[in-house]
Design a protein around this ligand. Structure first.
Ligand code: FES
Ligand code: FE2
Length: 429
């Protein structure tokens, strides 16, 4: 349970809020690189952390992310002309480059110097790891990109997608960290998956009340959950939470790795951005086709939009007959099932009314980590160590079956597989 004040602290991400200021000290993933327009193509809209922006590429291919509303009298630059090195507002012809500098004011006298004094708010942007990243914070302290394992890989090793979710980012992300729901929400009724470790497999049914351990990882924590299986064993999953809104869940053996990002669009809506990747080989056509169809890690969207096919306003195409005989929910697709439970709680769930149990340990840890880090960083004016140490993000989500009585903290070989792949610099500790 949270008070109204704490719920507001956790969920509000505008430029003046504590959480909004904290998030702005990180690079923010905003869209896939495929969604960034080509040079001189029309701009696209982008709502990020309660700010309305436009994204365009100038004639030289440089990416610009600037405020949507023209600094003159506010017309939307989405309707502007992207031509000859800048974006021109169609109201009075003011033109802006990718850094927000005003290049021309054709409705002013030739002698006017006003052009030099007007700037559109513009944010640094870069493309890496199949994503567009935007930095919306203090220009004096621009950090490096988080060193996720997918950054710097060849294009054919990566698949990125983005869709929108009709609820606050924290609520959406809670669904990812709460492993206990897998035994119910994603359960199938009419078959036993031969893969015990699949979300629809035997291990999630054998023990529906996992044991939880929260272990720090420097940029957040590892949400470790262990289920008693096969008599004397324990099936451990280590999910990663990385400030401010990144999660990883362990892939099945042989499957691609994945990082998911729960990025506030407004306080009542978020982007879900997902990158699937392999370190050692290109992705194959079969898995990419499955993701495009909304299977496993990604969602199927209405072509040309970020709107999922199964969504809140069509009741996720629930089939009540299938709910009796095929699946626990009657809704197709693991991600659509996840979205249904988090969105159906309302755009910002009233956390003063909830009743948390032991299955919510990771959810509580995430809220606490975010609120403590945000308050401390904003009060002190210095960035979190996670922003200053990008290598902390080179962790993995992993899983293993261990002897049931083995203490997780002593399973060093297993824990090592989840650690950052880059060496820890003692000077930063
Ligand atoms: S409102 Fe944009 S140029 Fe006038
Ligand atoms: Fe789920």
């Amino acid at each position: 349970m949270l008070t109204h004040e704490k719920n507001a602290l956790l969920t509000q991400c505008g430029p003046q809020t504590t959480m909004g200021r904290f998030m702005r000290s990180f690079w923010i993933p905003a869209m896939t690189s495929a969604q960034v327009p080509a040079a001189d193509d029309p701009p696209v809209r982008l709502t990020l952390l309660n700010e309305r922006l436009v994204v365009f590429r100038d004639s030289e291919g440089r990416v610009g992310v600037i405020e949507e509303n023209c600094p003159h009298r506010g017309a939307s630059l989405f309707f502007g002309r992207n031509e000859e090195g800048g974006l021109r507002c169609v109201y009075h012809g003011w033109k802006f480059d990718v850094n927000g500098n005003c290049l021309e004011m054709p409705a002013e006298p030739k002698t006017s110097r006003m052009c030099q004094n007007v700037k559109a708010r513009a944010y640094p942007a870069q493309i890496a790891g199949a994503l567009l990243w935007v930095y919306m914070g203090d220009a004096q302290t621009v950090p490096d990109l988080p060193a996720f394992g997918f950054i710097g890989r060849p294009d054919d090793h990566l698949y990125a997608s983005r869709w929108q979710q009709e609820c606050n980012y924290a609520q959406a992300m809670e669904g990812e960290l709460d492993s206990a729901h897998v035994s119910f929400l994603h359960k199938e009724l009419n078959r036993t998956n031969p893969d015990h470790q699949a979300l629809t497999g035997k291990y999630f049914q054998e023990d529906t009340a996992p044991l939880w351990k929260i272990l720090p990882n420097g940029a957040g924590f590892m949400a470790c959950n262990g289920r008693s299986v096969d008599g004397d064993k324990r099936y451990w999953r280590i999910n990663q939470f990385l400030l401010p809104f990144f999660t990883m869940i362990p892939p099945r053996p042989g499957d691609a790795q994945l990082v998911r990002m729960w990025v506030p669009m407004t306080d009542e809506r978020c982007w879900v951005i997902c990158v699937s990747w392999r370190s050692d080989a290109p992705l194959n056509e079969q898995e990419i086709t499955a993701w495009r169809n909304g299977e496993n890690s990604h969602r199927k969207v209405v072509p040309g939009t970020t709107l999922p096919v199964e969504r809140l306003d069509n009741d996720y195409l629930i089939d009540r007959q299938e709910q009796k005989t095929v699946s626990f929910t009657g809704i197709k697709g693991i991600r659509a099932q996840d979205a249904m439970v988090t969105e159906s709680a309302g755009p910002i769930v009233d956390r003063t009314r909830e009743h948390l149990g032991s299955s919510d340990i990771a959810v509580v840890a995430m809220r606490r980590a975010l609120m403590e880090a945000a308050t401390k960083c904003v009060d002190s004016g210095s960035p979190h160590q996670a922003a200053a140490n990008p290598w902390l993000y080179s962790v993995r989500a992993v899983q293993a079956v261990l002897p049931r009585d083995q203490n997780l903290e002593t399973a060093e070989d297993f824990l090592r597989t989840a650690q950052p792949t880059q060496p820890i610099n003692p000077a930063t500790h």
